[in-house]
Design a binder for this molecule. Structure first.
Ligand code: G6P
Length: 367
């Protein structure tokens, strides 16, 4: 039947709130929590024989691909290249036959991604697509399809499709790691358990909605906003910046926290909000020291971290959002939500057309 907004003011907000459910549904199709294993469909090729992975997508789907590069390299110890489709399709990429090419698309119809898929196919790659809309063009041309179960996404700015893509990519990364003999069963079980815990933690993150909304009025007056993250939270910083640009029309940039000193630090003054995305873990101290550099230059920091991180460094920032603790592996899924909510509330404060932002289309089927 017709999809409606229910009690939500916008589809985007409704779709943000659906994430615990749809991420749960997507994960449930690909893991067996009882036995702590992934349960991906059978592949029409030997996963263990793959030596190289190429991930191609556009927009928000591209950022999901960037997160997967960190996962696959770290867990499966495999070469991963990731690129945007509009560049990849024309740059005559060298692809030794037998590689795995992964295409990520909510719609399955994005023209540049479809053209890139055809190129990869012509170069003898195995084609795996991650799509949300069933029976798409990309699905028809693939060797194997892993579906996200986000349900119809109406808001032009992608939210729930993104976290469902991350869920599939997380399962796929575990499966590749296992096929290559890089993780044992105990490790697989730990990773699967971490993933299974995500929907409940996501629901807790949504409890921070009001605290995030309280930051929006002030941020809606900004001309530029910078998002910083490291490791798998670097693509989340880029995604946060993209969301803000798309729906609030405020200029925003996502930067690798360690790269800030090579340019963006020059932009910092008391007028530029800086969103620092830093769960505790291997890279926490490094990101915090980048945050201190920003504070020393009078930058106004919104620190998105977890409970432990907030206790350690929460008092330094102007505002701190403390998310629940979670295994480092799956933090990108969780940290996507506060940046979605922040851009949503800033757009509402600015009075823009949240679900139908100017100049943008839900699915771009022309070049
Ligand atoms: C458009 C949409 C974005 C989306 C991108 C890729 O630009 O506005 O939200 O991320 O296309 O779309 P796809 O359907 O291929 O994921």
């Amino acid at each position: 039947g017709m999809i409606d907004k229910g009690n939500y003011r916008h589809f985007m907000l409704k779709e943000i709130y659906e994430q615990p459910t749809v991420v749960g549904q997507t994960i449930a199709t690909m893991v067996d929590p009882l036995h702590g294993t992934t349960t991906l469909p059978e592949f029409p090729f030997d996963l263990a024989a793959i030596e190289r992975v190429t991930i191609i997508a556009c927009g928000t789907s591209f950022y999901a691909g960037m997160v997967a590069k960190y996962w696959l390299e770290q867990m499966a110890r495999i070469n991963v290249e990731v690129d945007i489709a509009s560049e990849f399709r024309y740059r005559e990429a060298v692809m030794p036959p037998g590689g795995l090419a992964i295409f990520i698309s909510q719609s399955g119809e994005t023209a540049d991604t479809l053209a890139a898929l055809r190129y990869a196919k012509s170069q003898g790659q195995h084609i795996l697509t991650i799509v949300n809309v069933p029976q798409s063009s990309m699905e028809r041309e693939s060797d194997i399809v892993l579906q996200t179960h986000a349900g119809p996404e109406v808001g032009v700015a992608s939210t729930k499709a993104f976290t469902c893509q991350l869920s599939v990519l997380a399962c796929l990364s575990i499966a590749v790691a296992k096929a290559r003999g890089k993780i044992d069963h105990a490790e697989e079980e730990r990773l699967v358990n971490a993933l299974t815990e995500v929907p409940a933690r996501m629901a807790e993150v949504l409890n921070h909605d009001e605290a995030i909304e309280a930051l929006a009025d002030d941020m809606s007056k900004a001309r530029d906003v910078i998002y910083l993250g490291r490791g798998p939270e670097y693509p989340i910083a880029m995604e946060g910046a993209l969301k803000l640009k798309e729906i609030s029309y405020i200029h925003a940039e996502g930067y690798a926290a360690g790269e800030m000193k090579h340019g963006p630090i020059a932009l910092i003054d008391e007028l530029v909000p800086i969103i620092v995305i830093a769960p505790t873990g291997r890279l926490f101290e490094k990101t915090v020291s980048n945050m201190q550099e920003v504070i020393a230059r009078k930058g106004r920091v919104i620190f998105i971290t977890d409970e432990e991180g907030s206790q350690a460094n929460g008092h330094d920032a102007e505002a701190t959002i403390a998310l629940p603790m979670l295994d480092e592996f799956v933090t990108p899924l969780l940290y996507a939500i506060p940046v979605q909510l922040l851009s949503y509330h800033v757009a509402v404060a600015k009075g823009t057309d949240v679900d139908q932002p100017r100049n943008l289309a839900k699915s771009v089927t022309v070049e």
